[in-house]
Design a binder for this molecule. Structure first.
Ligand SMILES: [Zn+2]
Ligand SMILES: [Zn+2]
Length: 184
């Protein structure tokens, strides 16, 4: 799920939880957004660059690799260790941080499930034929044409298309050059 969407949903959740958390509400809000820093750290270490721009480009490519080592803070083992420490130390701060992390990971899970379902349904409809180049390809990739600002409309199949990897890559490179005509 995109960072903007995480910020939006986490802010909404923090507002709902405000009567209980009061001024502490910013802690889970911050942790639910900052958890994604693990992607950047992994990128910086492996690519030996601190360029945020390069990292954003890397993770924004058509089909970015989903490496578990790039998502360390999202890993159940790490979350489990944090949980044990939180129980042992009874640290309120740690509980709040963990709440933010778990909220984020749950959203990611819902998102991944929705995207997988869309990919399967649309690939079946397209009979595994890429609508751009007409090639038959097993394992078409899901491409988002439109990011709906209304989250209830976020996973509307009309906002998606399935493409072969080559056309998908092409669609993303066109998207970065707004003067060229993008695919529809
Ligand atoms: Zn194609
Ligand atoms: Zn795409």
């Amino acid at each position: 799920m995109r960072i903007q969407e995480h910020i939006k949903l986490s802010t909404a959740a923090a507002l709902v939880a405000f009567p209980w958390l009061k001024k502490d509400g910013w802690i889970p809000l911050a942790s639910s957004v900052l958890i994604d820093v693990d992607h950047y750290l992994w990128y910086s270490v492996t690519q030996r660059t601190l360029s945020l721009r390069a990292a954003v480009r890397y993770f924004g490519q058509a089909d970015p690799p989903q490496l578990p080592q790039a998502r360390l803070l999202h890993h159940p083992l790490i979350l489990g260790i944090l949980l044990v420490v939180a129980v042992r130390t009874r640290s309120k701060l740690l509980w709040l941080i963990l709440a933010g992390f778990l909220f984020h990971v749950s959203l990611d899970l819902v998102h991944a499930t929705q995207m997988n379902n869309l990919k399967r349904t649309l690939s079946e409809q397209a009979q595994s034929i890429c609508p751009e180049c007409g090639q038959h390809y097993d394992g078409l990739q899901l491409h988002t044409i439109h990011f709906a600002s209304n989250l209830l409309d976020r996973y509307n199949p009309q906002h998606f298309i399935v493409l072969c990897p080559t056309c998908h890559e092409e669609a993303h490179s066109l998207a970065h050059k707004p003067k060229l005509i993008g695919i529809s």
